[in-house]
Write a protein that binds this ligand. Structure first.
Ligand code: HEM
Length: 316
């Protein structure tokens, strides 16, 4: 007869004792280790072969990149960088033959200018004693200094060309019309600030070219209506060479140390900040105005036999 108090054996009534239960559990664990672990290892090796299946990847990209409209939209909307773009666009509106890519290229040049400009600031002092010497130092002694300076210069020239071409294309495609009138005006401000960036940068090397360009440029300000001492109504309002708008621009009555410092501050801080804010508004408005204007969407042959959706379909 089995001892009922013996925890190690069966009790004779078909009930399983502790030892047997532990033994069975251990056997099951060993079986699981033999079958499940190799399966998991295999799965992980497979995952390494296909990075899109790894846990790291799926934790960042939460949606499959299947070619279904829903997944494609989710893929864009759930990514911090991609969500800056619309989930859906008119494919004909983003063709280079339509936009010339000029707005994007202009923005790209602005990024290059900001980057190279910050690097140039490490070597440049806006003072009459040092400015021109710093430029010579950059040209001849600083490693990669010449290419850095020329990247900044050429990107500036190209940005001015780019912004004009962009405006020309917007004009040719009639994209200044309703509902984009406001964005056209933001664009006009961007054009002015782009030109002002070039103009203020011109004086900074403190060479003859910049000196005379700024002398001539600011001399025009003498003739500003009301605010220039040679402009209409200027003298009636008490304008003199020592208190008019030109004096304010130069920080004096001649192009000298104060003018250099003012150019530097406007060029490196004031205008870039205002231009960046305007660009943010400009891009935001492109989306709010219904995306890039574009020609009427073209229907592909493959889509022609599918029933059309939307309000127009009912009235057709
Ligand atoms: C720093 C200067 C500028 C930058 C970075 C810029 C950037 C852009 C970008 C990326 C677009 C999207 C479409 C495209 O690339 O063509 C765009 C659209 C537009 N831009 Fe500019 N832009 C600038 C200056 C201007 C100027 C000077 C004007 C006109 C005076 C202008 C008016 C417009 C308008 C109306 C649109 C909407 C066009 C459409 O829907 O087809 N932008 N801009």
């Amino acid at each position: 007869m089995a001892d009922e108090n013996n925890p190690n054996g069966g009790n004779g009534n078909g009930k399983v004792g502790l030892v047997e239960r532990v033994t069975t559990g251990v056997k099951e664990d060993i079986h699981a280790l033999k079958t499940e672990i190799p399966a998991k290892v295999k799965e992980q090796i497979e995952g390494l072969k296909d990075p899109t299946k790894t846990q790291v990847y799926t934790s960042i990209f939460r949606h499959k990149h299947d070619d279904t409209p829903r997944n494609r939209a989710l893929g864009v909307l759930s990514n911090v960088f991609l969500h800056l773009h619309p989930a859906k666009i008119n494919r004909d509106a983003v063709r280079y033959s339509y936009t010339w890519g000029m707005g994007g290229i202009t923005f790209y040049l602005f990024i290059i200018l900001t980057y190279t400009g910050v690097l140039l600031m490490f070597y440049y002092h806006p003072s009459k004693v040092q400015a021109f010497r710093d430029v010579l130092y950059l040209e001849h002694d600083v490693p990669f200094g010449k290419i850095l300076r020329n990247m900044h210069r050429w990107a500036a020239h190209l940005m001015v060309i780019g912004v004009w071409l962009h405006m020309f294309r917007v004009f040719l495609t009639g994209s200044y019309k309703k509902p984009r009138e406001f964005n056209w005006n933001i664009g006009v401000l961007l054009l002015v600030f782009t030109l002002l960036l070039s103009f203020t940068g011109y004086l900074l090397p403190d060479d003859q070219l910049g000196f005379w360009a700024v002398t001539v440029g600011t001399n025009m300000a003498r003739a500003t209506p009301l605010l220039g001492h040679e402009g209409p109504f200027g003298s009636m309002l008490g304008m003199t060479p020592y208190n008019d708008v030109r004096f304010g621009l130069l920080g004096g009555s001649i192009v000298d140390a104060n003018a250099l410092l003012r150019s530097y501050i406007w060029h490196c801080i004031g205008i870039p900040i205002v231009a960046s804010v305007l660009m943010i508004v400009h891009f935001w408005r492109v989306r709010k105005d219904g995306g890039i204007s574009g020609p009427a969407p073209v229907m592909l042959e493959a889509e022609a036999d599918k029933p059309r959706r939307g309000p127009k379909a009912a009235g057709e």
